[in-house]
Design a binder for this molecule. Structure first.
Ligand code: ADP
Length: 714
């Protein structure tokens, strides 16, 4: 694993989900706990408030019932005082009957609760009664009578014995409710001479003594010792809440006062509030449960995402193809480990960088700039393009780059993603093969040239040395001063000399005949096809040098008659020269264009380049054999081309290009046309013949042009 295997963080959309939190369970528990505590707190608060309220109510109730009891006692004791005063007055009065009548009447009138006042004698027989003598009970009966209520007798007796007021037992009277009697003894000469009896109606007592506000607030009862209601006062019918009882003394006799509060609307509101809280708590619990389900599903999805991410990461890390993503401005947003290995830079060093990139080759910045602009403007070729990047340690890496738009999940283009293949090894092998092939070609040419030269030297040596010796003989004869030169002898020598010259001519003719023996194959050749094949053949070389090859071929170009192989060789030669000529130009000037057109009966093909051009003084030497300005050039290309073209009854010429550069143009008669007017006859040519021969020999070592149709330049 290299240091870059950790690769960069991918674009945000593909970032790894965070690892599952060990506290996830706690996070789920916390809201539930908090919710529970909240509900408990709220209920406790309500309960405490309720308790306080109840305590307060109870305190108020006790206070109020004590006040009420005091009020009742005040009423009763008021009547008791009046009866006691009457009893005192009766004991001293001279006309007691009248006094009783007046005073009793007055008392009954002023005290609503007082139903009746009786005056009994010492035996319990009624002496007088106000307002009437009728009573609820048979109290008028003498105490000796067994029908008399023993309780009455008991109270009577107790009052007589004690000498002070005593209350009797309460009793019920039809239509009048419960009544109670107060026995007040009447003394005469220190003896009980009679008894005053005040009869109280308990209901009337409550009516007069209990104020309205008290009745609004409480239901008020007087109970007997068994809890039975003897009298009651209440203005409202409703549910009862708190109640409180205290003894009703006086009159005593086991009587009890009871006050019960009505349920206040405040309680109702509290209950509603509590119910709302419970409902809300239930709703919150339900939603918590729903959220829990949601979170669990989310956790599952996160887990799946994490696994997916891990899988993708593993795939990414094991890829050998470099991946590089750039945003719309050209900033690198992602690189994979393979690209980092290829360039030698870490993701941190690359992410966020804009052109010029650190791995660009400083010597070919304009080429990188051009390629980068093409990618960012979407004009990058679909079939990819070659590039050369510089590894951080300085060595060059040849790459093949395929750039495609980077489309995100919403369908929006976020930038460009490039797949980068390392083709350094392939390139090295290709270059090696090319070198070997070129060497082979060169050697083959040299061998053929050498053979040709030695044959010619050998063949020509004899006639030439004979010519030389005959010429020397002639010269000697003419220089001799002794005698005049023998005209006949001289003629003979000159004839021999001529014969030798003819022999030399025959040698040359023989070589020419030899060349003629393998004369070009005549067939109909489409020059546009030849041009396309030649461009296809040189395409690789041109790409390597950053040269754009263009074709401008009109449709329906007429065919010419000739040898397809040789004409192809001419095209290749002219194109290769042009490609080499533009190679040192700035990138935008590395253009070579092949243009074809019809001129009268001729088809013209022009190879135009934007190279440095050729000075006029050199233009004359271009077609001279062995003229070259290249270190490894042979200077035979152009002479051979001219020779081939001329042997096809055409012509080849150089002309400067408008706007700089050179044009090499050749014309050939279209198929079936007569010979071109400016084409020289296919005469044996001492320079052209070996050139054609050399070329044909060399062809055997050339690879056949690739069968590919070339489109516009990459
Ligand atoms: P070689 O290519 O082996 O040098 P050629 O006969 O093909 O032999 O070319 C002869 C010379 O002509 C070249 O060395 C070069 O100086 C010149 N030449 C040929 N074609 C061009 C061209 N298109 N632009 C500039 N110079 C050229």
């Amino acid at each position: 694993m290299s240091e870059y295997d950790s690769a960069s963080a991918p674009p945000a959309a593909h970032q790894a989900p965070p690892p599952p939190s060990p506290w996830a369970g706690t996070y789920l528990l916390m809201p539930k706990l908090a919710m529970g505590l909240l509900v408990v707190s709220l209920i406790s608060l309500l309960w405490i408030l309720h308790r306080n309220e109840v305590d307060e109510q109870r305190a108020t109730l006790i206070k109020d019932i004590l006040w009420m009891e005091q009020n009742l006692r005040f009423h009763l004791s008021g009547v008791e005082d009046q009866l006691s005063q009457l009893s005192l007055d009766l004991s001293q009065d001279t006309a007691p009957d009248t006094t009783f009548q007046v005073r009793a009447r007055h008392m009954v009138k002023n005290n609503l609760e007082l139903e009746q006042v009786l005056w009994l004698d010492a035996n319990g027989r009624p002496k007088a009664a106000v307002p009437t003598a009728t009573t609820g009970r048979q109290i008028l009966e003498p105490f000796g009578d067994t029908s008399v209520d023993s309780a009455v007798a008991y109270a009577f007796d107790a009052a007589r014995k004690l000498g002070k007021p005593v209350y009797g037992q309460p009793y019920s009277v039809p239509l009048r409710g419960t009544e109670i009697e107060l026995y007040v003894p009447v003394f005469r000469d220190s003896h009980v001479s009679g008894m005053l009896v005040g009869v109280f109606s308990l209901n009337s007592l409550l009516s007069s003594a209990v104020p309205w506000w008290f009745a609004e607030k409480y239901q008020f009862h007087i109970l007997d010792s068994n809890g039975a209601v003897l009298a009651a006062k209440s203005n409202i019918v409703g549910d009862l809440g708190l109640d409180y009882r205290i003894p009703f003394d006086p009159p005593g006799q086991g009587l009890v006062l009871e006050a019960a509060t009505y349920s206040s609307p405040g309680n109702m509101a509290q209950r509603v509030l509590a119910a709302v809280i419970v409902v809300l708590a239930a709703a919150v619990s339900w939603s918590l449960w729903a959220i829990r389900g949601h979170i669990l599903r989310r956790l599952e999805a996160e887990q799946a995402l994490r696994e997916e991410h891990a899988f993708r990461k593993a795939m990414e890390d094991s890829m050998v193809v470099g991946m590089r993503a750039r945003d719309m401005e050209g900033r690198i947003i992602y690189v994979n480990p393979a690209f980092c290995r290829m360039s030698g830079y870490s993701p941190d060093e690359l992410i966020g960088t804009r052109p010029p990139m650190p791995y660009w080759d400083p010597e070919h910045m304009d080429m990188h700039e051009f390629q980068s602009t093409r990618v960012l403007t979407g004009k990058s070729p679909q079939e990819g393009f070659e590039s050369r990047i510089r590894h951080k340690d300085g060595h060059m890496v040849h790459t093949m780059v395929y750039a495609t738009p980077l489309i995100d999940a919403s369908g929006k283009q976020r930038g460009w993603i490039s797949s980068v293949f390392d083709i350094t090894e392939r390139k090295r092998i290709e270059a090696l093969q090319r070198q070997q092939q070129e060497k082979l070609e060169q050697t083959a040419r040299l061998v053929t040239m050498g053979e040709m030269a030695s044959t010619m030297a050998h063949e020509l040596n004899q006639p030439l040395s004979a010519i030389a010796s005959y010429a020397a003989g002639c010269a000697n004869m003419l220089r001799s001063e002794e005698r005049a030169p023998d005209r006949q002898a001289l003629l003979g020598v000159i004839e021999k000399l001529s014969a030798q010259a003819q022999r030399a001519g025959r040698v040359i003719r023989r070589i020419y005949d030899f060349v003629r023996k393998s004369a070009p194959q005549q067939e109909a050749v489409r020059l546009d096809e030849v041009a396309e094949e030649a461009v296809g053949f040189l395409e690789g070389e041109a790409k390597k040098r950053g040269v754009t090859l263009g074709l401008a071929l009109p449709p329906g170009l007429p065919a010419v008659e000739g040898d397809r192989l040789l004409l192809g060789q001419v095209m290749i030669n002219l194109l290769r020269n042009a490609v080499e000529a533009v190679s040192d130009q700035p990138l935008h000037r590395r253009r070579v264009q092949v243009v074809a057109r019809v001129r009268d009966d001729q088809v013209e093909v022009r190879v135009e380049d934007t190279g440095p051009g050729i000075p006029t003084e050199q233009a004359d030497s271009l077609f001279t054999p062995f003229y070259t300005t290249k270190a490894e050039g042979m200077g035979m290309g152009l002479p051979i081309c001219r020779s081939i073209i001329e042997s096809h009854h055409g012509n080849l010429r150089f002309e400067p290009r408008d706007g700089g550069g050179s044009v090499f143009a050749f014309r050939l008669p279209r198929e079936g046309a007569t010979m071109a007017p400016d084409a020289p006859p296919p005469a044996p040519n001492a320079q052209a013949a070996p050139a054609v021969q050399t070329l044909q020999t060399a062809q055997s070592t050339q690879p056949a042009p690739r069968d590919q149709t070339h489109h516009a330049a990459p």
